[in-house]
Design a protein around this ligand. Structure first.
Ligand SMILES: Cc1cc2nc3c(=O)[nH]c(=O)nc-3n(C[C@H](O)[C@H](O)[C@H](O)COP(=O)(O)O)c2cc1C
Length: 392
């Protein structure tokens, strides 16, 4: 799983160190794809600064014995609330790609969400970790495909391979305006492709924010739009979510929600969870930060559930999580768990599975320290009482 070149660099003591080291190792093509955001990258930066703008108000002299980082999620107890989020084409970062990330997640008890556009077959990734006793949840991220039959077949493959939930990404019906990639002339190198989608029927896999840009599939009449008259003809709607809910026995989570009304609709349609995300700032630039959207969605779902006398579905969040204090702030705002995107792919590029495992360990250690220093022994003890908005 590793060689000398996958050794953990002694100067990597925080996730940001892996980002700087990855920049030195990756070529401009891979860097533009793996690190970039949409347009002016305002949302990409806002995701980070929104966490920084929340300050902590610790309590001292609190009893901390028996503390831990465990959380409950979809009927399981997780060692800590960090999952590796879905990131496409990880063989751009390391020859072992998603296999290395999965093994690292498993070694650290972290959940793994495998991208539909993974560059390693979903069966191979599941097979590498499925039987590990200490692994976290194993979820499959689905992009809606042009063909319902093919969508169903993908979900059935994920079920058969041992994935335990489907994460449907709903914020990327089109490729964002990704200037950084266009400037770099981004191309997938030979040997890196969306292997799970290779058998898509003639209409092809539905291109997404994470596919390389492509010309329209069919000739357009003058005045027609490549978006509205071609690509978006097969885009996902709430009716498709309803269909998918009934087409799988696995819990369905909806990823890419920023608006309270969409969160409520997802829960009403039977979603098992909602992931507050703006795709790491890769789709709609100037969209709100996830730290801004998170408490609004948590409150909306709590209110909806209380009115129905039910328990609210869990909310997860991603975007700009780089520090244990970010994890703590997310949980204090009401998230059950967080997902990482770029940081673990940077660690993958630098030191393969060792790097990813190390970055997860760094984040968990920081989270433990942050819990202790805010005077909270467990994630369950966190509340908004420890948070102060910088302008407050
Ligand atoms: C290179 C790259 C590829 C991504 N591919 C996918 C994908 O295939 N499916 C998906 O739902 N989200 C994808 N995302 C979004 C991530 O799952 C996640 O929402 C985002 O990266 C979180 O922000 P962060 O990178 O600041 O941690 C991708 C993100 C990056 C950076």
């Amino acid at each position: 799983m590793s060689g000398a070149k996958d050794a953990i660099p002694p100067d990597a003591v925080a996730l940001a160190d892996y980002e700087a080291l990855a920049r030195e190792r990756l070529d401009d093509n891979a860097w533009a794809y793996l690190s970039g955001g949409a347009a002016d990258e305002i949302t990409l930066r806002a995701n980070r600064s929104a966490w920084d703008d929340i300050r902590l108000l610790p309590r001292v002299l609190q009893p901390l014995s028996g503390g831990h980082t465990r959380v409950e999620l979809l009927g399981r107890t997780l060692a800590h609330p960090v999952l590796l989020g879905p990131v496409a084409y990880q063989r751009l970062a390391h020859p072992l790609g998603e296999i290395a990330s999965a093994v690292a997640a498993s070694a650290q008890g972290a959940g793994l969400v495998l991208s539909a556009q993974s560059s390693v077959l979903l069966e191979a990734v599941a097979g590498a970790v499925r039987d590990d006793a200490s692994r976290g949840p194993l979820w499959f991220q689905l992009y809606w495909q042009r063909d319902r039959g093919f969508t169903r077949a993908l979900v059935e493959r994920a079920e058969a391979a041992g994935f335990e939930a489907i994460v449907l990404t709903v914020d990327a019906p089109v490729h964002g305006a990704r200037d950084r990639e266009r400037r770099a002339g981004f191309r997938l190198p030979p040997g890196v492709s969306a292997v799970n989608l290779a058998s898509a029927p003639a209409a092809g896999a539905h291109p997404t924010a994470d596919s390389p840009a492509r010309p329209p599939k069919r000739p357009l009449a003058p005045g027609q739009s490549a978006l509205f008259d071609d690509l978006l003809l097969s885009a996902l709607t709430w009716a498709d979510v309803e269909w998918l809910r009934s087409a799988t026995r696995l819990p369905l989570l909806i990823k890419g929600v920023l608006h309270e009304a969409d969160a409520r609709q997802a829960a009403a349609l039977g979603a098992a969870g909602v992931i507050v995300s703006n795709h790491g700032g890769r789709t709609l630039d100037t969209a709100v930060s996830t730290a801004w959207a998170l408490p609004r969605i948590v409150d909306a779902l709590a209110e909806q559930a209380a009115a129905a006398g039910a328990e609210a579905v869990p909310v997860l969040v991603d975007g700009g999580i780089r520090r244990g204090t970010d994890v703590l702030k997310a949980i204090a705002l009401g998230a059950r768990a967080v997902l990482l995107g770029r940081p673990y792919v940077h660690a993958l590029a630098v030191a393969g599975a060792h790097g990813v495992a190390h970055s997860l360990k760094l984040l968990r250690d920081e989270f433990e320290i942050a819990l202790a220093l805010t005077g909270c022994a467990t994630p369950g003890a966190l509340s908004r009482a420890v948070l102060v908005h910088r302008s407050d």
